[in-house]
Structure formats: structure tokens, C-alpha cells
Write a protein that binds this ligand. Structure first.
Ligand code: APR
Ligand code: ZN
Ligand code: ZN
Length: 362
């Protein structure tokens, strides 16, 4: 089968012939139908986060079950599934207390470089990425890395739920637990930020302020539920938000992964407000906060994959889509073939797209 391989950082992905073994007892072989291009893939391609190479990237996908291992009862061939990198064991302390996203069992949630699910004609080891590797025609994954979805859900929209949507929506609903009427600001309205905005609208937030340097993104944000827009090019972002809200927001979300915007997210809080950092700030980068701001019970916290319980959350998101509350069609800017993947990332870098997806049956 074909897969897009990252050989070295800052080099284009190369389409290679790759194979996967038969599923082990708790593994599932999936025919990949759609894989989204997420900014996190780009962070690894640019070397801002380390990963053993060569590797097959990709972690936002949907497909159809092809084969299951001897102990798998959750799915059968033909089932439609969404993948999630938040693979969980179900028995460690974090899983047992409901925080499956922080699973510590490294035999299930394997560390980078540990799995042996991919092979090729070369002697060099080919690494699986985040226990998934979606930029490939087939994926071999642990059964706890997938969720079944209804067969009438379009797979290209379902794929988006697998990372971008659950990350943004979950940051608002699961991590920050935004309640009806609260004010929200979202910094960075890419695929993940749009999901945070749509999630805030579903949660019943009062004012939802979208912040982005791209006017087209701000326009789309308004369609998804933003009540106000702020363009950083019109002046100091913190000051603009403070003026709009007369003193700051209850919740801010940094969905970009930069020092400057992380600091802004904390500085724009009202007394008692909480900043949630969703973006992946480059490894080693420190951020600076004004210590005085803690006196008024402001908080700052991280959110990993939207603190998801994806087996519960993702089918709910599918239902939200079916009921017209989650505007997934608006996320897709381009449908690409696997061979066009590098153009897709170039467009992401240029800020042109919300989400590009690879269609494997195209
Ligand atoms: N202020 C506000 N928005 C900005 C700024 C800025 N200074 N600079 C760029 N942006 C906007 C871009 O215009 C774009 O709309 O931030 C958005 C980033 O979107 P994407 O590149 O599509 O990123 P996305 O896939 O949404 O991921 C965002 O979340 O999960 C993490 O790793 C992911 O760190 C990444 C972040
Ligand atoms: Zn992602
Ligand atoms: Zn666990």
C-alpha cells in the first residue's frame, strides 16, 4: 500500500510502498478513506516537536474496518470508524478515574518509536506516528484507538472529528467546561479554533470573540457562532478584547501554539477567568505571565485533545452534525489525493485553508 513518509524534517513527504502485518489479538486493520491535514503534523514536519524518523504522519482519519484480531469484539469488518490518537488502556489510574486522554499504559499508548506496525523493503525501521499513521491506505491500530460511527455519516466529515473538532470542541466543553452565558475568546481560527467557536455556541456561551489575522477566517467564524471578531492588525488584541467586554473574558482559548498569543490569552481574562492552551507551543519555549494577575483568581491550564472521552464524545458530535448544530462542511477547504499532500501543507502554512483532507478513494 502507499503511504506518505517523512524522512527528514523540513523535507517534503515522499510516497512510498509500505506494508502492515496481520492484526494482533487486540488490533484492527482499517482501510483509510479520509485523512485530514492537521497543524500538529506540520509542527513535527518542521521539527518543532521531536519524533523518530522516518515516519508515516497523519492522525485525523476515518475509514472502514477490514480485519480484526482474535480478541476484538468491539468492531467487525465493514464497520465505519473514526480514529483517535487518545488510545486508552481502560485500567490504569488515569483511565479508571475518567481521564483516558492521560492514559499511562505504554503497552497500549505506545511511545514514539515503540510500535512495529509498519514495514517496507528497506532495513531502516519505519515509525508509526501517534499510534495511527493516517497518511497511508491502511492503518493497523489498537482497538481502543477507534470509535464506531453511524454508516450514514459522510466519512470526510467524520475524519475531522478525529482530531481538529474534538480538540477544539472538547477544550471548551470538557476542559474549560464553559457554561451558558459565559464570555469566550478564541485566538487562532484554523480548524481547531473553529471547532472551539462552534463548541462554545453549542455550550450556549454568551459572547464569542473570534481572533485571527485572516479576514476570511473571521467571516467563517461568524457563521459558526462568533458574535464579535478581532483582527490583531487593528491594534493590541488584549486591549480590543477588554474594550469589547468591558474588562475581559471568562474563558480564553489559545489555538495557535505561540508564546505571544499564549500570553495574550492570560492577559485578556476577567477576574476569575481561565485561559486554556490548546495550541502546541514549540518544545522548549517558555511563556511569561504577569504574576499580579493571579491575585484575582485567574487561571491558566493545558488541554490535551480536548480532554476527550472519544468513544462517548465523537458519536455525540456526529449527532450534532446530523441535527445541524455542528457545521462540519464549512471546515473543508480542499479535497486532495495522497500524491498532493505536500501542496496541502504548503497551503496550510500560507494560512489559506481551514482543513484539507486526503480522499483515498479518489
Ligand atoms: N493571532 C491570531 N491568529 C493568528 C495569528 C495571530 N497572531 N497568526 C496566525 N493566526 C491564525 C491563522 O490565520 C490560522 O487561521 O491562526 C490559525 C491557525 O490555524 P491552522 O494553521 O489551521 O492550525 P490548526 O490545525 O487549527 O491548529 C492550531 O492547535 O492542536 C493545535 O497543533 C495544533 O498548535 C496547533 C493549533
Ligand atoms: Zn491534530
Ligand atoms: Zn490507561
Amino acid at each position: 500500500m502507499k503511504a506518505a513518509v517523512l524522512h527528514e524534517v523540513n523535507q517534503p513527504l515522499v510516497i512510498e510502498d509500505v506494508s502492515v502485518p496481520n492484526p494482533g489479538p487486540r488490533e484492527v486493520l482499517i482501510r483509510t478513506r479520509v485523512a485530514g491535514l492537521c497543524h500538529s503534523d506540520l509542527h513535527f514536519m518542521e521539527g518543532l516537536y521531536p519524533h523518530p524518523l522516518p515516519a508515516v504522519l497523519g492522525h485525523e482519519s476515518a475509514g472502514v474496518v477490514e480485519k480484526v484480531g482474535s480478541d476484538v469484539t468491539y468492531v467487525k469488518p465493514g464497520d465505519h470508524v473514526v480514529t483517535c490518537l487518545s488510545v486508552f488502556c481502560g485500567t490504569c489510574d488515569n483511565c479508571t478515574t475518567g481521564r483516558t486522554v492521560l492514559c499511562t499504559d505504554t503497552t497500549v499508548k505506545m511511545l514514539p518509536g515503540a510500535s512495529n506496525r509498519l514495514s517496507w523493503a528497506r532495513s531502516e525501521k519505519l515509525n508509526q506516528f501517534l499510534n495511527l499513521s493516517s497518511f497511508a491506505e491502511q492503518m493497523l491500530v489498537h482497538e481502543n484507538a477507534i470509535v464506531k460511527i453511524r454508516n450514514d455519516m459522510p466519512l470526510e466529515l467524520a475524519a475531522l472529528i478525529g482530531c481538529g473538532v474534538i480538540t477544539g470542541y472538547g477544550a471548551v466543553v470538557n476542559t474549560a467546561k464553559v457554561t451558558a452565558g459565559e464570555t469566550v475568546a478564541v485566538i487562532g481560527c484554523g480548524g481547531v479554533g473553529m471547532a472551539a467557536i462552534n463548541g462554545a455556541a453549542i455550550a450556549g456561551a454568551g459572547r464569542i470573540i473570534a481572533i485571527d489575522t485572516n479576514p476570511a477566517k473571521l467571516q467563517l467564524a461568524t457563521k459558526l457562532g462568533a458574535t464579535d471578531i478581532v483582527d490583531p492588525r487593528n491594534g493590541d488584541v488584549v486591549q480590543q478584547v477588554r474594550e469589547l467586554t468591558k474588562g475581559g473574558v471568562n474563558h480564553s482559548f489559545e489555538v495557535l501554539g505561540r508564546k505571544e498569543t499564549a500570553e495574550q490569552s492570560f492577559a485578556m481574562l476577567a477576574a476569575g477567568g481561565t485561559a486554556t492552551i490548546v495550541g502546541m507551543i514549540p518544545f522548549g519555549q517558555k511563556i511569561e505571565l504577569h504574576g499580579f494577575d493571579f491575585l484575582r483568581e485567574r487561571r491558566i491550564q493545558g488541554s490535551s485533545m480536548g480532554s476527550n472521552h472519544f468513544r462517548v464524545d465523537m458519536p455525540r458530535l456526529v449527532e450534532f452534525y446530523m441535527r445541524g448544530k455542528l457545521h462540519l462542511e464549512d471546515w473543508i477547504s480542499a479535497k486532495l489525493k495522497l500524491s498532493e499532500i505536500n501542496e496541502g501543507f504548503a497551503n496550510m502554512k500560507a494560512g489559506k485553508t481551514v482543513r484539507s483532507v486526503i480522499m483515498f478513494d479518489a
